[in-house]
Design a protein around this ligand. Sequence first.
Ligand code: F6R
Length: 616
Amino acid sequence: MCGVVGYTGIKQASAWLLDGLQTLEYRGYDSAGIQVVSPSGNLHGVKCAGRVTTLRERASVANLNGTCGIGHTRWATHGAPTDRNAHPHLDCSGRIAVVHNGIIENFQELRRELMIAGHEFRSETDSEVIAHLVEEAWAGPARGDVARAVRNATDRLEGSWALAVVCADLPGTLVCTRNGSPLVVASTDDGAYAASDIMPLASVTSHVLQLQDRDVATLSPDGSIEICDRDGRPVAHPPSIDIDWDASAARLGGYSDFMAKEISEQPEAIERLLAGRLGKHGIELDELSLTREELSAIDRVVIIACGTSYHVGLTAKVAIERWARVPVQVEYASEFNYNEDVLVTEHTMCVVITQSGETADTLTAARRMRGMGCNVFAITNVLGSTAARESDGTLYIQAGPEVAVASTKAYTAQMVAAFLLALRLALAKGLMSPAEVEKHFHGLELLPGLMREVLSRRWQDKQAARLFRGKVSSLFLGRNVSSATAYEGALKLKEISYLHAEAHPAGEMKHGPIALLEPGFPVVAVVPADHVRDKTVSNIMECIARGATVVGVATDGDEQVAKLCQEVLWVPACPDPLLVPAIAVIHLQLLARYVARDRGFDVDKPRNLAKSVTVE
Ligand code: F6R
């Protein structure tokens, strides 16, 4: 959601700014723009609604000579995605330019005040007030000091922001700050860089600094970075974060799209995650900041997440309750934040699951839980993300950069991370012996092989995708742990193919959704060989009796399902049915991708969606 980039140094700024924005495309956006400061001390920029490729075309015919500049991809919140509303935004004089990720909650009152003071607004965005506030400060006591002008301006703001600001009067100075929205900076031999996340920086450095909230960084062309707190006092640099994957990890490498690449990367991601996790005394999970005694005393787990990560939470609930016998409550972060305080005791553990580690609702919920005295454990993919920094313990899933907006490899890796947590809890509570834990761990170790087998059957998904031609809606069903898989399958299909899909626990179908069924209506039933298989088979029969076209996700050799269903997406037998969601979902990821491509859509950048949802 909104991407910010900035550069000052010895190279022409526009080339890297455009490349940086291209790399940030995955965050989701609907317009883009860049602004550079020319050596003669003027601002030149281009911006447009639409893609970075369009911006590039415009930039190629504009005079964007300058070695310092800022860029932005905008995901519209206030004001339609138009050329005018695209960032950067300028002050009245056209000498100060600002890019912003976040939401300024008090922008209406600031805008009124600034208009009364004579400022002219050119856009409908909340962000433009920042340019005018910097202008006000620059005209007053902060003249000649961009960092101070930015500090004065942000003192007036309520909400969240990551900002990069340049001023034509001080070519070469780039000022950045943040509050709630992510922003990293990096110092290199050819200058200093800023970006919303590490992805665009991976090609220029292997170390970045994550700014602390409200700190203001001044970046200079020699690569130096000075950081001050909100009162202007110099502060030490935060510990640097090492980028532990090379830039090629964020490139297609022969795949037609990132979604295909990331679906295929799942076996390796799980292998990386499991490596070294089995110790002499069971599961090694040092990331937990709890002693064995504290772990054994945990009597309740609250899992908080959004979207796909929430579906991981639903699967984790079944595993933790089954193996560790601890009751688990799974909450949508966006809902949880407005509920009454849950009863938290010193024995409650909060688990936040977030690929990006920057989802605003999830961060708010985690802070609330910490505020109530709860130990917060984060399962995340992004190194140094806010969720990681603010939690008592963090387990990195090490899935590598996930570029496609629709989450795939993070889903299965987060799930396996949750399985490890469940086993660790079971061991601490004495509900499993080290030998039993080891047995379960060996079950997890089989997953990469089973995943590869499912991946080799992608032709089944391609074939099943044809059943969705000409359809407008579909139903996904599953029972027990497979209901989470059904939810995830429906979400994947919706987000990239724009076909309506809804998921229900199979047993709920008779309480309403069955009314949707008519001849040819597509139903996807997740029905692996487990203790609820027969019940789901009955539900399949109910669908067929109403003429529905059923695609089954079933275990190899299930002849009854083969006879009932129009198409079957086969999964190999798994030693523990609890682990099946990690392989069954791959079929649903592939199915969604084939349906979306069949309909001619860009699977990596679905409309309206943002990879990292940094506003509530
Ligand atoms: C769907 C998807 C989203 C995210 C959700 C939470 O494919 O990716 O539903 O799962 O926005 O994001 P994280 O996990 O980054 O907190």
